[in-house]
Each structure stands twice: as C-alpha cells, then as structure tokens.
Design a protein around this ligand. Structure first.
Ligand SMILES: C[S@@+](CC[C@H](N)C(=O)[O-])C[C@H]1O[C@@H](n2cnc3c(N)ncnc32)[C@H](O)[C@@H]1O
Ligand SMILES: [Zn+2]
Length: 395
C-alpha cells in the first residue's frame, strides 16, 4: 500500500528507472529546491553521463557507490539498473522526507537488497569511511549550489583508484559574476572572459585536487563537462604524498589579455603572468586552477560508445558526449567567433571552417563542447588573426 507522504506525488520515468517525485509544477522556471523533496527533470544529462561514465570506467568490476546527496534517489536507481558494474549503493539525504521517498522508490524498483538508505549529513556519513564504514569505489556529490563543503570528505570516502564525481550549480561565483563568493567557497579567483565556463571547470577541478592533497591523496580529473546551469568533474583518487605532489604540479594560474586575446598559463610557484608578452597590455588572471587536461579523450570516446549502445535512453546527452569526444582536451581556453570578429573586425566566420584552415596550416584546433561558437587552438595570435581575416574576406 502506498504511504501518505503529506504532499502530492507523481510517477515518473527516466532511463530505466520508474520512481515517484513530488508533483512538478507546469512552468519550466519552477525552482526544484522549493519542492518537498528535490527533483530536477532537466538534470537528466547529468545523471545519464554519471551512469555511462561508471559503465565505461569500472567495466568488468563490481563496485560500491555512495550517492551522498540523493534527493529522490533516481541517480542510484539508474546506476543499479543501467550498469553491470554497480552492485551496492548507499543512498543518503539529510532530509527525512527524501529518506522516506527513496525507500519507496527502491521498493518499486525491487532494489531493496542492493541499497542502504540513510539520512545523515553527507559529511558525517563520508567521514565514517575508513573506520566504521568501508570506503567506496565511487562517491557522488550533487548538491544544489556549491559542492565545496563536501569535497574533502568525498575524497576521504574513496578507496584507492576510486572516483569522486561532483556537480556545481553556483555558476555566478565560478564564472566571475560574484568573485568574492568564489574566493570564499573555492579559495580561487575566477575571471569574466569569453571562456569563463572552462575556467569554472578548472577552478572546481583544481579545488578537488587541492582539497585531496591536504590529506596526502592525489585526485586528478578524468572527465569534466559544462551544461546548461551546471558543471561536473569526475576525478580519480590515489593515495600517497608523492603522487599528491605530482598532481599539484598541474595546478597554476591562467592569464588572459583582453586587448589581443592571448591566453597564458603559469605554475603555482611562478605566480600569474600580469604583462602580455604579445602586445604589452595588462593581463588579468584566474586561479589557482587545473591547467592540464580536464578530460581524457580516450575515456570520452568510450563513454560516448556506451551511450550509442542505447541511443534512445540517452538521447538528451548524445550531443554533449559527441562534443566531448571530439574536443582537443590538450588545449586550454577558446575563442568564440563573434568575439574574434569584435576584436579583429568584420563579421564572424564559421568555427568549423576556421578550425579546418588552422589544421591545414599544421596547428592544433578544435571545437569545445562548452560553446558551439568556440574555437580552441595553439596557433599564435598573428596566425589566428590572418586566417580569420582571409576567411572573412572570402565570405
Ligand atoms: C540537488 S539535490 C540532489 C539531486 C539528486 N542527486 C539527483 O540526481 O536527482 C541535493 C540534495 O541534497 C540534500 N542535502 C542538502 N544538504 C545536505 C547535507 N548536508 N547532507 C546530505 N544531504 C544534503 C537535499 O535535501 C537535496 O535533496
Ligand atoms: Zn595582449
């Protein structure tokens, strides 16, 4: 018999899961945080990518996962039903209402024996790991807002070779609209530039690495993406001070020249570059942030292949995953073509044509999943300008 939760429920489907959520208001602009239990149907791609990532990364293993801020529990249900790898999940939410709903949702999916449902503060739960509670292969941190308060215990809760996956939805802080908020939460300076969202990913990845390093743990990003109103980073966790020192070398400063569009990076000990060596102008900077690859190209390809095994189930995420596998993750930053047009003059040229031309000249160039109008390249700025001007005059 269906218990009476004291608010209206509706039965939903997402992926292979069937579950109850609070009744969702009609208008698209509703605030999921105002529901009796949090649920956002528009975050399906976040859950899709999590499930596909787990299948691709842990293939062949049976793993234990912790869904530390679970809401209605749909992510855990999908991990169990849509992968062969997830064998057990601790499904936790601090809200007693969420706890009751999670239990009901596990029952209707007949998953009771594979889950432990808890209602603890996520930090208390994760801090138990390694003592009363074995560490997990995978820890998921998916708060409404900043994941920063949960990262240290999140990495503590991962076993050797385990992975932490963290979402951030506090984009105004991370893209530089609220720099003080970013400094407070991530101890980093953001930057309002045409590739702010990539910097946001780099600040979050860097924060995970720095939080882990304090504990003698090495955390390194392996898959990272930006979509709609949020960003997400998956980082693999190893133990040992030597390894932690090594990954810290990938943390540094990113400088940008608004006059000539130069992007430069500097190591942590060197300090940010402030004067532009291309035009002599003043550069502004972001950091500390992750300055190497945010995503493994090979892994992005495997995650995409997993999605293609069932394209109907993952329809909303195919474009994002295709973009991630095509992107050259060795390049830092990107230039939206309309911004190039503003600086170089004239009207924008098609990103695909600009990329093709730069590649013909022997430079690295690629699209970015973050912005369909963006061009990533290692070509010097004079070359970028010349190619842009040539193509513009042809069109
Ligand atoms: C964004 S929702 C989770 C959505 C869910 N992961 C999904 O994919 O549908 C965040 C959840 O975290 C819970 N929460 C907030 N603070 C918490 C804390 N300190 N410990 C555990 N859960 C918390 C909230 O009750 C809310 O249900
Ligand atoms: Zn310059």
């Amino acid at each position: 018999m269906m218990p009476e939760p004291g608010y209206e429920l509706e039965l939903r489907r997402e992926g292979r899961a069937i579950f109850y959520s609070p009744k969702i208001p009609e208008e698209r602009s509703f605030a999921p945080t105002s529901l009796p239990v949090f649920f956002n149907p528009f975050s399906k791609p976040n859950r899709d990518v999590t499930v596909l990532f787990l299948a691709a990364w842990f293939g062949g293993l049976k793993i234990r996962a912790c869904d530390a801020l679970a809401g209605v529990g749909v992510r855990s249900i999908r991990m169990l039903l849509e992968t062969d790898v997830v064998g057990e999940v601790t499904v936790n939410d601090v809200s007693p209402r969420a706890y009751e709903l999670i239990k009901l949702n596990m029952e209707i999916n007949k998953l009771g024996e594979f889950v432990e449902v808890t209602y603890m503060d996520a930090n208390e739960l994760l801090a138990e790991c390694g003592r009363e509670r074995p560490r997990y292969h995978y820890v998921d941190i998916d708060p409404a807002g900043s994941p920063a308060p949960f990262i240290e215990n999140g990495v503590r809760g991962c076993r050797r070779g385990g992975v932490i996956g963290a979402t951030a939805t506090d984009m105004p802080a991370l893209v530089g609209a609220k720099p003080e908020s970013c400094l407070r939460k991530y101890d980093a300076k953001p930057l309002r530039v045409p590739f702010s969202k990539e910097i946001a990913l780099r600040i979050l990845a860097g924060f995970i690495t720095r939080s882990a390093a304090r504990l003698g743990i090495a955390a390194k990003p392996i898959l990272s993406f930006s979509k709609d109103h949020y960003i997400r980073v998956f980082a693999v966790v190893e133990r040992g001070r030597r390894l932690a020192n090594e990954v810290l070398r990938s943390i540094g400063w990113i400088s940008y020249c608004p006059s000539c569009l130069a992007i430069r990076v500097a190591g942590r000990f060197d300090g940010p570059i402030m004067a532009c060596e291309s035009c002599g102008g003043r550069m502004d900077y972001a950091g500390p942030a992750w300055i190497r690859e945010l995503t493994s190209q090979e892994l992005a390809g495997r995650v995409y292949q997993k999605a293609l095994e069932n394209p109907e189930l993952y329809r909303e995420s195919l474009k994002l995953l295709d973009g991630l596998r095509r992107e050259d993750h060795g390049l830092l930053g990107y230039h939206p073509v309309n911004h190039l047009a503003r600086i170089f003059g004239g009207s924008p040229v098609k990103p695909s044509i600009l990329i093709e031309k730069l590649r013909e000249l022997g430079y690295r160039a690629s699209t970015t999943h973050i912005d369909p109008s963006g061009v990533k390249t290692d070509a010097p700025l004079e070359v970028l300008r010349r190619v842009f001007e040539e193509l513009r005059s042809k069109s």
